[in-house]
Design a protein around this ligand. Structure first.
Ligand code: ZN
Length: 116
């Protein structure tokens, strides 16, 4: 769980691979997205310029619970959003080695029988 279960606000932390400060939160109520964003606040237009298909920008709102990431649907307004924005974290840290594949082989089965 990346949302502070008591307040619903984003948690501040560090990326375990590169050590950069990040914000983590589940954004959305029904189909929540597990977001890890750079903890570097940008004006809305600069964050939108960094937005790609695989890297979203998020609107930071300060509530009484703390800092909360919300969908940046504020960009649809005619006036620029005055709140700070952040973008998804793109990690530049070293890759975590994948686990060594198991040498386990399934037990042979008689001809005609399907393995499950
Ligand atoms: Zn990272």
């Amino acid at each position: 769980m990346t949302r502070d279960s008591r307040t619903g606000a984003a948690r501040r932390g560090k990326c375990p691979r590169c050590g950069r400060p990040v914000l983590q939160q589940l954004v959305g109520r029904l189909a929540a997205l597990d977001v890890t964003a750079d903890d570097e606040q940008l004006p809305a237009d600069r964050a939108a310029a960094l937005r790609t298909v695989n890297r979203l920008d998020w609107c930071l709102r300060t509530t009484k619970a703390g800092t909360e990431l919300q969908w940046a649907d504020c960009r649809r307004r005619r006036t620029p959003c005055p709140r700070p924005h952040v973008v998804d974290h793109l990690c530049t840290g070293p890759r975590v080695p994948s686990p060594v594949p198991s040498r386990h082989r399934p037990a042979p089965v008689p001809a005609g029988q399907l393995t499950l």
